[in-house]
Design a binder for this molecule. Structure first.
Ligand SMILES: Nc1ncnc2c1ncn2[C@@H]1O[C@H](COP(=O)(O)OP(=O)(O)OP(=O)(O)O)[C@@H](O)[C@H]1O
Ligand SMILES: [Mg+2]
Length: 319
């Protein structure tokens, strides 16, 4: 039997060998493993990205944490309490993958209803409803019935309801899904504001750029198994593979020489070039030589793998 250590640091989320088999098949039921011994720790105050391709087991994990489904094996704790503890649930916010609301209510009425479930008084419900709907960008349409809302607007209402109880931990299943670029930017801003208030945000996504711009740590899941986890900066820093140098006003005499030094030369415009230097060729000398010949340095950027590359490579290895 798996047990938690006696002295536990109260992580916001901790799972130990969390496993879920679904029963599939009609006549002859057989188990299909959706999550395989997931051990994960999410520290308080972190924005943690839970990444993986379709079918990786992200929603299953989140549902296990919320006790919408129950584990085949393993354990988990939220805010230092075992799953299901009402004290922890009161401090938790949750956005399901496809939020479904009673759609004859308006956004305001829905928020008011959920506020009532949390035991909030009328004036506090109104205050929080207004503030949160403002924060997620739902304007005057908050008085419309939800059946008249677009997918993105419903997603915003879903995020607002997840925050109604001013949670310490928010679990968001694909919070950016269905949002346009402005909506994504708004939600990114909102997540960072939650972090600044000390809230822990655990969100699933397969959109890697969302994690790149938001997360201090990520875990990458593929086919139910954890394939990588850790600080994003560590993962990406390990993968620096060279330098990109952009120069302008490059004298003609120098242009031919560039190709012999750089692994890639792209002409952007008159006298303006993008050069890729290998990792073993630190750019300082090249910059000095170019400057001495009269070229101007526009930018110098370390080239590292994006999370996208990492994701494709690691998930590809697992297939
Ligand atoms: N109720 C269920 N019964 C049987 N199998 C299920 C059930 N729910 C999910 N699965 C299977 O479990 C696996 C993981 O599904 P899950 O929904 O957790 O993935 P996901 O990572 O959230 O994917 P997506 O990015 O598409 O949302 C999939 O193979 C899926 O078919
Ligand atoms: Mg999912």
């Amino acid at each position: 039997m798996v047990a938690f250590p006696l002295v536990t640091v109260a992580f916001a989320i901790e799972t130990v060998d969390l496993t879920k088999d679904y029963s599939v098949g009609f006549w002859r039921k057989r188990p299909r493993r959706a999550l395989d011994r997931l051990s994960l720790q999410v520290e308080r105050g972190e924005v943690f990205g839970f990444l993986g391709p379709n079918g990786a087991g992200k929603t299953t994990t989140l549902k296990l944490l919320l006790q919408l489904v129950f584990p085949t094996a393993g354990r988990a704790q939220l805010l230092g309490c075992p799953l299901g503890d009402p004290a922890a649930k009161r401090r938790l916010g949750y956005l399901p993958e496809q939020p479904y609301f009673y759609d004859y209510l308006s956004a305001e009425e829905l928020m008011d209803y959920f506020g009532g479930l949390f035991g909030l008084g009328l004036s506090e419900r109104r205050r929080r409803t207004n503030a949160l709907l403002d924060e997620v960008g739902i304007g005057a349409e908050r008085r419309l019935q939800l059946r008249k809302f677009s997918k993105g607007m419903l997603q915003r209402v879903g995020i607002a309801q997840a925050l109604l109880n001013e949670p310490e931990l928010v679990i968001l299943d694909e919070p950016m899904s269905g949002l346009d670029p402005l909506g994504r930017r708004d939600v990114r801003g909102l997540i960072l504001r939650l972090r600044d208030r000390g809230c822990t945000v655990f969100f699933s996504s397969h959109v890697l750029s969302d994690a790149e711009t938001l997360c201090s740590k990520v875990a990458i899941l593929a086919k139910g198994c954890l394939v990588a986890s850790g600080r994003l900066s560590d993962m990406l820093a390990l993968q620096v593979r060279g330098w990109e140098l952009v120069v302008a006003d490059t004298p003609d005499a120098l242009v031919a020489a560039l190709g012999t030094r750089a692994t890639r030369v792209v002409r952007i415009g008159e006298g303006r070039f993008s050069l890729e230097l290998p990792l073993g060729a630190p750019p300082e000398r090249m910059v000095a030589e170019l400057a001495a010949a009269g070229a101007k340095l526009v930018s110098l950027t370390p080239l590292h793998e994006t999370l996208e590359d990492f994701f494709v490579q690691r998930v590809g290895e697992g297939t």
